[in-house]
Design a protein around this ligand. Sequence first.
Ligand SMILES: *Cc1c(COP(=O)(O)O)cnc(C)c1O
Length: 404
Amino acid sequence: MKDCIEELALFGGSPSFPEKLHVGRPNLGDRERFLARVNEMFDRNWLTNNGPLVQELEQKLAGMLGVRNCIVLCNATVALEIAVRALGLTGEVIVPSFTFVATAHSLQWQEITPVFCDIDPDTHTLDPQAVRRMITPRTSGIVGVHLWGRPCNVEALTEIAESHNLKLMFDAAHAFGCSHNGKMIGNFGNAEVFSFHATKFFNTFEGGAIVTNSDELAAKIRLMKNFGFAGYDNVIYVGTNGKMTEICAAMGLTGLESLDDFIAVNHRNYRRYSAELADIPGVSLIKYNDKERCNCQYIVLEIDEGKAGLNRDYLVEVLHAENVMARRYFYPGCHRMEPYRSYFPHAELLLPNTERLAQRVMSLPTGTAVDEEDIKAIGRIIRLAVSHGGEITGRLAKTKTGLI
Ligand SMILES: *Cc1c(COP(=O)(O)O)cnc(C)c1O
């Protein structure tokens, strides 16, 4: 156990972890169950194109979420693109900048302008007052992001969308298995999109889904994800290839059988982090609403440099040296990435909360790859770093190591 800063790996000590501990290591279900499904798939010799495993996964997901339609796709980015197109979005669409860049790219890819809107500093999701201010005659829709699985202010956004005749959809990439006012995420807005990427707590290797209670929209999406084919030789729509393969669906069906275990591990890890990090000045763990269902897949800290004595970037450097690969999600914000930075060079003036959070927020490893001892060790590193925050800041500022 380290108790002086000379023992920190950053200053020449040996790393607390012999191997890198990453954010977003995959949660794997039962390997035998997965392989049995794959064997059956080979016996059928049906590898893709709406096979039985894809159909079964869609039914199970729709049932679990209580939503009329679930269309699984090759990944969430293509799912967002298809949902945006199926909803007929054009011109400008209001989105947060504090999100993974795919939210913005799914619009820009089809030459729709993402208009970055500020977030509420407490919830990290779209601030409805700010959304109202961003509406112009060119606005066609709003894409909210349920960041960290914490639902947007769905009621306020729905009200705004209805009163301005805008479409409303949600990037629910973080919110699979979460609820809002007792109703599962997947039932809000015109459509919601999940990601089943390997780094998300439930995965299909790569994958995603669009869920909607509109049968008409679902029919359109089904055409669009399959080149617009409405039967052999009959194309009735412009489409793309967004299909999920059978092997990905096999992974999903297997993961679903362990979903409750994954969630229980995430909750256990969250409680342990919460205990380990309690009372460290300037370090606060974001809270989840314990009256709702929550996948708890992100351990997100906000670092207040004034109280901690060191900033978020220096703390991340300390952790990386110890092989704890904390991430600065979502730094620096989409508005500071290309092409958006060039298109809207002054966007940050309208995004004070986004700017501030992007400097303060970091994510720590969790999921089935992380155990109690790991969390204790991570907690001790953070506690040690903060108790010598000023000294670490002084040393790092001098050496100008330059982060990552
Ligand atoms: C992961 C993620 C995506 C993209 O998902 P893919 O399945 O990797 O395409 C989109 N939005 C958010 C908020 C994400 O975290």
